[in-house]
Design a binder for this molecule. Sequence first.
Ligand code: ADP
Ligand code: ZN
Length: 717
Amino acid sequence: MQVLLPLPLAGAYDYRVPQDIDVALGAFVSVPFGRRDAVGVVWSLEGSGDVADDRLKDIQGCLDAAPLPDSSRRFVDWVAAYTLAPPGSVLRMAMSVPAALEPPKPRMGYRVTESAPEVKPTAGRMRVMAVAGDGMPRGASELAREAGVGTGVVTGLAKLGVLQKVPLPDAPPARPDPCMPAPDLTAEQKPAADDLVRRVRSESFSVSVLDGVTGAGKTEVYFEAIAETLRRGEQVLVLLPEIALTAQWLQRFSERFGASPVQWHSDLTQVQRRRGWRAVADGTGSVVVGARSALFLPYAKLGLVVVDEEHDGSFKQEDGIAYNARDMAVVRGRIAERPVVLVSATPSLETIVNVRNGRYDLLHLPSRFGASGLPAISVVDMRKDGPPRQNWLSPPLRDALAATLGAGEQSLLFLNRRGYAPLTLCRSCGHRLECPNCTAWLVEHRLARRLECHHCGYHARYPDVCPSCGAEDSLVACGPGVERVAEEVVSLFPEARVACMTSDSVHGPAALQQVLQQMRDHEIDILIGTQLVAKGHHFPMLTLVGVIDADLGLTGGDLRAGERTYQLLHQVAGRAGRADHPGQVLLQTYNPDHPVITALTDGDRDRFLAEEAAQREAGGWPPFGRLAAVIVSGPKEEQVDAVCRALARRAPREAGVRVLGPAPAPLARLRGRHRRRFLMKTGRTVAVQRLLRAWLGAFKLPGSVRVQIDVDPYSFL
Ligand code: ADP
Ligand code: ZN
């Protein structure tokens, strides 16, 4: 028998099953591993034959948890083979909640002891006894709340023997109800919803792209597919990019289905994770909404996969195992033999090309629901209409802000840059303040009075004198961050209620909800934010969106810079005029003729995509060719370079395969490690995994040097 351990090992290990233990494929078993015990999963009932029978160690026992389903195991193998990660490392993502494998500990509560002793009847105690008098066991805090006393009174009564501790019955989570009333779909929405429902019924794999402008009702449409999946008793996985931003989604879901879904993201408590994992495994968790790691939950009977905002870059995981959750969601659906729905107002070029070549089917919702039209988008040509020096709001944007404020409406200013200024330099000696660990400038955060590196988290107090020449009062801030824009807004509109929304000013989902609620309640006139404000929010009184620097994402020469900028700005623009007030969007740019900018102002997405596709096709870039990045890093530069030279010598030489590099990564130093990059570029049909394995597989690395493989890279830093 072979057991896969959730460790970065080459593969599964052989073990023997003692007579008295029954194991099934996928069972969680505990086995001796080195000098300790480990929990792994039965990956094969046959042995590999590599180890002599008498040298095999016995498995120690089976855990009291449902086996990892066949489809989950196939998924782990698939992801490992695709990303070239050790299968055990992928399994680790599927076993992220070790506590879920232990027998559930019953929750304890209290009820009145039969023949309870007499105690002094205080008012609080009497209230507790009155509530507990019905004989139903309750948790301490629940009992205290119902009786209107502190929990001390309850535990006190337990100590005196009046109440006794008993296990509480385990209440399964409330189930979303597919039969609650749904909105009447429009003539445009209905056929799309019907199509998805048919696919759910077909019990087969397919990929649909639900492509529609923001506010078209895409969510309402795929809710119908969710309802149908629930009616059939199967499970639904919905992937969302920014899990902190899903409160509105959760609220809509609860309104539509009368219960909450299982949530899955990094902000959960251990207890929530444990419950969620088990609910998914035993099928009582019927809808999971989560971040990319939700793909690895042990679905008992997955019936539908939805990826909302499928174009979003955050679906790509960069650290550790490099995988794209959008693409893996499609794989997961194929393994489950169930439909996948990719949802976006600005689908990725990858997805568009898959529609074009017939692999995915298109469902199109061209117009917004209700009376609201799309906002008018225009540019401010910063070469002609730029602001005064050391200011960032152009006169046309200032006027528009004043007019919006005067009309009693709200504005949003977008700048995808945290802090006060991205660069600080010394006027005396020209010294630029850089991160000691990374090839990056330190960003001034004026509110926190410090300098930060946005790559490694390094931070330092803002210096009094130039650290290089010692000059006083010589440091100047260059360029704007949101804090600096906010400063300008406050000085221009002292009467306006101004708020900032960035990960620095808003800590955690609760704080975020508070700002969003203030915005909805019109307690804020002008909101300034980073991409945190771009996603899916609906503010009825927001009529003006100003983009401070529309060119920001276009520099850097990254393969998808144009596409990403288009998607982001389109999404930000979509925040304007969502209710019955028409919206207006101003893009400040020095490149008003750039194809991304003109596509936004003309509202001609398809022309932009066609041009983008033509360019990539001509160059053989994804999705028309394939890329894999190999990043070599280590603390010692000479060692890294030596490894790179050796790798360069062994690089694959085949027709249709090019290996570019090694080149210093744009972030040539990150967290103190020197970094070099190779980029392998091949035709669409080349199996890059085979090439990478042959190239890197047998290579012996010096201990401190690391090689990361990123198949289909999205970041080129
Ligand atoms: P999208 O996901 O395409 O951005 P939503 O599904 O969020 O669009 O819909 C935008 C708004 O319009 C939401 O407030 C939604 O409740 C409402 N809406 C959409 N379709 C309908 C409908 N058929 N009936 C009632 N309200 C709808
Ligand atoms: Zn750094």
